[in-house]
Design a protein around this ligand. Structure first.
Ligand SMILES: [Zn+2]
Ligand SMILES: [Zn+2]
Length: 263
């Protein structure tokens, strides 16, 4: 399997996942043009896309969804409540109802040779999920936008070959930073975003000797920076006995294509 992000962070998220037979996107939170440019860089024809998985309806995950769906007639996979919420966002525009493929957490479905399983996560959205995808014995998991994690998530993500996990903020930077009090509380809550520290703990709970590639993504522009996220998570992994030589870790880039993980 192949995986990388085309954009990652509060200004827009879009992840590309490829298998032998399928090309899919997880979220489309940047403009259609930017998605097309990213795919071009990856030598993936937008016409060859098989669909878009949507995690939740926040604009940084759906800004380009309408454009991509209309332009390439792409099936859009999401839970029913997320679909309703997406339909209520004016800027996404009209999407043909037949393109919506309603999914249910914990009920795996297939797109060509990829088996996909959604898991409910804690976030301030209608019905947010994370995704685990498996093809040819390789498993890739994507989990961003969650205030905290539960045992169900650990169970699903554990032992994935490729992991894309949120490392949103440094708690200190957030606390002393310029955000208004209500927003700080929202981000720090169980339905907000994962801190670097918590992201490191999650990785300690789910990484096994199978894990080859780790992405840290959805970094806050104001309350985090790449080196800090990377070092904080790395310390946590080292403290828990992970051997850095056994996996490759990178911070997903905010507005360009990151390194392609191939397992
Ligand atoms: Zn987000
Ligand atoms: Zn969100």
């Amino acid at each position: 399997m192949k995986l990388t992000s085309i954009a990652s962070g509060s200004s827009g998220n879009c992840i590309y996942v490829g298998s032998d037979e399928a090309n899919i996107l997880v979220d489309a939170g940047i403009s259609g043009k930017k998605i097309e440019n990213g795919l071009k860089e990856l030598s993936v024809e937008p016409k060859s896309l098989d669909g878009i998985l949507v995690t939740h309806e926040h604009i940084d995950h759906v800004a380009g969804l309408g454009v991509m769906a209309r332009r390439y007639h792409l099936p859009l996979y999401m839970t029913e409540k997320t679909a309703q919420a997406v339909c209520n966002i004016k800027s996404v525009g009209k999407i043909d109802h037949e393109l919506f493929q309603v999914i249910t957490p914990d009920r795996p479905f297939r797109i060509r040779d990829i088996t996909i399983d959604a898991t409910s996560i804690w976030h301030d959205a209608a019905d947010p999920v994370c995704y685990t995808m498996e093809s040819g014995g390789v498993r890739a998991s994507i989990a961003t936008d969650m205030g905290n994690y539960h045992e169900g998530i650990v169970e699903k993500l554990k032992g994935s070959d490729i992991l894309f996990i949120e490392a949103n903020h440094d708690i200190n930077m957030l606390q002393v930073g310029p955000y208004p009090y209500y927003l700080k509380r929202r981000i720090l809550s169980n339905r907000g975003h994962l801190s670097n520290e918590r992201s490191g703990q999650l990785l300690c709970d789910i990484m096994t000797e199978n894990t080859r590639e780790v992405f840290l993504g959805h970094l806050s522009k104001d309350n985090n920076y790449s080196e800090l996220a990377y070092e904080t998570v790395k310390i946590s992994l080292l403290e828990n006995g992970m051997v850095p030589e056994e996996f490759h870790m990178q911070v997903a880039k905010r507005d360009m294509v990151s390194g392609l993980a191939v397992v």
